[in-house]
Design a protein around this ligand. Structure first.
Ligand code: DC
Length: 444
């Protein structure tokens, strides 16, 4: 009875986490696909094997007798092939290439021997990464590969890097292939692994390496069960994301509509918002409209943004209760930044999204000004990810002018733990500034 109850509780808990994204990277034979598949099953979310996509393109190229030196043709091919992953009722995963089931053939030796060459072609990667990001942006997926945590889903909630000794990986691959009746010696496999490791780690585009914020697990002496358990334990410590309430959705949709109609509002990079976990949205600030613009920028991603507002605003009839309901929280004047920081910290500790204008006040001179240290301090204390945002257009607002408003959202990032607390805060602020400046300079 107790077992059944805990099982049920576990399943419910897992269902709530459906939107989390998990990136699993590692070299060939580290156990990625077996582990990733199992984790996806346990959490009831999608599993995407990105290696299979590179393999399918390789298979197609080999079948068409295409020269693997012809990068242009390979890129064109990657753009044309239709790939579709299907999960069968028996739990097995199949890959359909132009409607043909190629799940077995993509694992054949000729494909394994050539896939690293195809995967190193920048055009091929660009085509496949685009598809992978689209799937990742919807949330609720475990993706495995070589560059998932670093390139494809840098905003993933959980990043795992699996490793294992060369001997162990050789042994695993040998057992796997001989079980399928393939006639191959361990020496041949070892050589093949060394060659692929060198190609995957040494290539110029998206080489295999752990993301700075990934958790490395050496699987050499662990069973699959043990690795899966570790990842599940890590995923259960992630906070379930806050969903927007009805009022937020109604007001947000109305304001979004107004921005679209009057200001030809557009957003670039909304997929960078992490689907779960604490996030600080750090934006430049030129207009009173900016909190609305920031909130609307990520409204389609279903995560409400909480801003701090002056306490006096909360005393204004109708407006006060409304902004409180919409998630704003008061900052008491005179109590200084400390009280505000404490309140902001609470928001992040609950795994929510906090909006901050790190320049500290509004500037209307078309420049990015030096930042205060609040964002860096908060990110350091709470391990929150920082989402850099640049708003363009609101600096030209006047009562009768309706300029085009465009928002640029950069990759979410975490601060690297360096030196003392003070050094980390200073370096963090410099990092946030450089990310914002970069976005600003690329804004067109
Ligand atoms: O994981 P696998 O052995 O099925 O991957 C096949 C090849 O594809 C491997 O040589 C590396 C490459 N790959 C990649 O470059 N990026 C990914 N995200 C996944 C695989």
């Amino acid at each position: 009875m107790t077992n059944k109850l805990t099982e049920k509780k576990k399943r419910l808990e897992q269902a709530k986490r459906r939107k989390i994204t998990i990136a699993i990277d590692g070299p060939a034979g580290s156990g990625k696909s077996t582990v990733a598949k199992r984790v996806a099953e346990e959490l009831g979310i999608l599993y995407l094997d990105t290696g299979a996509m590179y393999r399918a393109i390789t298979l197609k190229a080999l079948r068409s007798e295409l020269s693997l030196d012809n990068q242009e043709e390979l890129t064109r091919l990657a753009g044309q092939v239709e790939l579709d992953f299907q999960r069968m009722p028996d739990g097995s995963h199949h890959l359909l290439m132009d409607s043909e089931d190629v799940s077995e053939e993509i694992r054949s030796l000729p494909v394994s021997q050539k896939v690293s060459i195809v995967a190193a072609v920048p055009g091929v990667r660009a085509q496949l990464v685009k598809q992978q990001r689209e799937i990742g942006a919807r949330g609720g997926v475990v993706m495995d590969g070589r560059d998932i945590g670093t390139v494809v889903l840098p905003q993933a909630d959980l990043k795992i890097f699996l490793t294992a000794s060369l001997e162990e990986r050789t042994q695993r691959r040998w057992l796997e292939l001989t079980a399928k009746g393939v006639n191959v010696t361990p020496e041949e496999i070892k050589e093949e692994l060394i060659r692929r490791d060198a190609l995957d780690s040494g290539r110029e585009v998206a080489p295999l390496r752990p993301a700075v914020d990934s958790v490395t697990i050496d699987t050499s002496n662990l069973s699959i069960e043990q690795v899966v358990e570790r990842i599940l334990a890590l995923s259960s410590s992630l906070k379930v994301p806050e969903a927007p309430g009805l009022l937020y959705k109604i007001c947000g949709s109305f304001l979004y509509f107004c921005l679209k109609v009057f200001y030809r509002f557009s957003v670039e990079g909304a997929h960078h918002l992490p689907a779960t976990g604490p996030v600080i949205v750090a934006s430049n600030h030129t207009s009173l409209l900016d909190p609305i613009v920031v909130g609307c920028s990520i409204l389609p991603r279903q995560r409400p943004v909480r801003f701090m507002a002056k306490e006096e605003l909360f005393r204004i009839p109708l407006l006060g209760p409304l902004i409180r309901k919409l998630g704003a929280f008061p900052v008491r004047r005179g109590k200084g930044d400390r009280a505000a920081l404490r309140a902001a910290m609470e928001v992040l500790k609950e795994g929510k999204v906090l909006g901050i204008f790190p320049e500290g006040t509004r500037y209307n001179d078309n420049k990015l000004h030096p930042l205060r240290h609040g964002v860096s301090l908060l990110a350091m204390e709470t391990n929150a990810k920082i989402l850099p945002v640049i708003i363009r257009g609101t600096q030209n607002l006047t009562f009768f002018r309706f300029p085009r408003i465009k928002v640029y959202i950069g990759e979410a990032f975490t601060l690297a733990p360096v030196g003392t607390k003070k050094e980390m805060v200073l370096k963090g602020t410099a990092e946030i500034y450089s990310r914002l400046l970069n976005l600003w300079e690329n804004a067109n």
